[in-house]
Design a protein around this ligand. Structure first.
Ligand code: SME
Length: 138
């Protein structure tokens, strides 16, 4: 990727690439760990509808849960998830993939879908690979 681009531009390009190529990836974005606070996620570059969830404390919602559990979380039907922060009524499912840089949790790749239960183990493996590559940008 063009190294003259800044970090956020690169992250945005990753979002665009994913959203453009997978039809059920409807909102694609990054949440990054707020280094100063240490226990909060801050919205980074994304593509899709704007979200009110610009800051998410660890533990809250699917994103906050992934920050505590430090593993990929797939919610195939958001109406069945009690710890969920709704962004858009169109969203039916979500996958959140933690990003580790040299073993340290630094952020997440978050994807919302307008389809019910679209995420497979292939998505998980693919997005975990993307997350490991993205760690090199962070
Ligand atoms: N649904 C997420 C909040 C972020 S939005 O999907 C963009 C959650 O429950 O953490």
């Amino acid at each position: 990727m063009n190294s003259s681009l800044g970090r956020d531009e690169k992250l945005r390009k990753v979002c665009e690439l994913l959203a453009r190529n997978v039809d059920y990836y409807d909102w694609v974005g990054f949440y990054l760990v707020d280094e100063a606070k240490g226990n909060e996620l801050v919205l980074g570059p994304f593509v899709g509808e704007p979200t009110e969830h610009v800051r998410i404390p660890f533990g809250r919602g699917v994103c906050g849960r992934a920050a505590v559990e430090l593993k990929t979380i797939i919610v195939q039907d958001v109406t069945r998830e009690t710890n969920y922060l709704a962004c858009s009524p169109l969203v039916k499912s979500e996958i959140v993939v933690p990003i580790f840089k040299q073993g340290k949790f630094v952020g997440e790749l978050d994807i919302d879908s307008h389809e019910l239960a679209p995420f497979t183990d292939e998505d998980r493996k693919f997005l975990e690979k993307v997350a490991s590559l993205v760690a090199g940008i962070l």
